[in-house]
Design a protein. Structure first.
Length: 157
């Protein structure tokens, strides 16, 4: 969500579009009515607009991009089963790190699961019951191997 009257850093991945077919970029807002306190005009200011070529994330099917960790972006309930999936990680174990203290709260072996859908690496951390924000990390300290996750007491958020 964008914060009004503040600079917002936005990264936008356009995954399934051949780059040689892009002829323009249009940013607009589709509105149907408006809130009573809303203004009649919507204005965007851009600074440091960049187009970069990146390796896109998988967006379809059960595959997990090699070297990445797939997890619940909605968070996990404290008492519920908690796991994340990965593919192609060279690490043998993963760590769950408390975001507030940077301390490792759990370190476990990465399990490999082979099914008719493919081969997956499973990082299970259901034993962590404390609500909070954590990083799931496997291998070296790298953004591709470190993902932010949340657990909550009675609700998903």
């Amino acid at each position: 969500m964008l914060r009004n009257h503040e600079w917002n850093h936005v990264l936008w991945e356009i995954g399934n579009l051949p780059r040689d077919k892009v002829t323009r970029l249009e940013i607009s807002s589709l509105t149907s009515g408006q809130e009573p306190e809303a203004a009649d005009v919507l204005t965007y200011d851009f600074d440091h607009l960049e187009l970069e070529q990146v390796d896109p994330d998988y967006v379809e099917g059960w595959g997990v991009w090699p070297g990445r960790i797939s997890y619940s972006h909605a968070g996990y309930q404290s008492g519920a089963t908690k796991s994340a999936m990965a593919s192609g990680l060279k690490a043998k174990e993963f760590r769950l790190i408390d975001q507030a203290t940077s301390k490792v709260v759990l370190s476990k072996s990465i399990q490999t699961l082979r099914t008719h859908l493919g081969e997956f690496q499973i990082d299970g951390f259901s034993e962590v019951q404390q609500s909070g924000s954590y990083f799931l990390q496997a291998g070296i300290h790298s953004p591709a191997h470190s993902e932010s996750i949340r657990t909550s007491g009675g609700k998903r958020f």
